[in-house]
Ligand binder design. Structure first.
Ligand SMILES: [Zn+2]
Length: 154
């Protein structure tokens, strides 16, 4: 199996936040708007998610996954603002959904830079960084075993 086939197979099972929202949160309205750089706006009362439309596709995908994570975690805003802890929790859940460990391990074997790895995983750099920083020790162990095996057989 060549690298191209591995990537295609991984993409077929990749988390799709748009499809997830349509399936599990059909009562929410999702729109792309010019938010002047704000990644996303979530109106819990009206059940509306607005996604910044000037960001690239991978970033929009990440921002929608982040918004869905807020909904799933039943976050409530205080004075219209979510706490830093809630933001981190949404980031972590979104990053785990967007980047399966098997995809990360496969892509990390051949990607030559952090940016290339993010591109292959169809996420922005920030989400990749969050996923990497918060890998569970067992996930980190798996990732390094895959990389070690690759280096030893190269
Ligand atoms: Zn948020």
């Amino acid at each position: 199996m060549n690298v191209h086939n591995v990537g295609t197979a991984a993409r077929a099972h990749r988390y799709d936040p748009g499809a997830d929202a349509a399936l599990r949160h059909p009562d929410w309205v999702i729109r792309h708007r010019n938010l002047h750089g704000v990644p996303e706006v979530l109106c819990l009362r009206r059940r509306v998610i607005l996604i910044e439309n000037t960001h690239d596709r991978a970033t929009r995908r990440c921002n929608l996954a982040h918004a869905i994570a807020h909904i799933d975690l039943a976050h409530k805003a205080t004075s219209g603002i979510l706490s830093k802890r809630q933001e981190l929790a949404a980031d972590l859940l979104a990053a785990r959904r967007l980047i399966a460990l098997s995809d990360l391990a496969q892509a990390a074997v051949w990607a030559e830079s952090f940016e290339e790895l993010a591109r292959e995983l169809d996420v922005d750099d920030r989400v990749l960084w969050v996923r990497y920083r918060h890998l569970h020790p067992s996930e980190r162990g798996h990732l390094f075993r895959v990389l070690d095996a690759k280096i030893l057989t190269a």
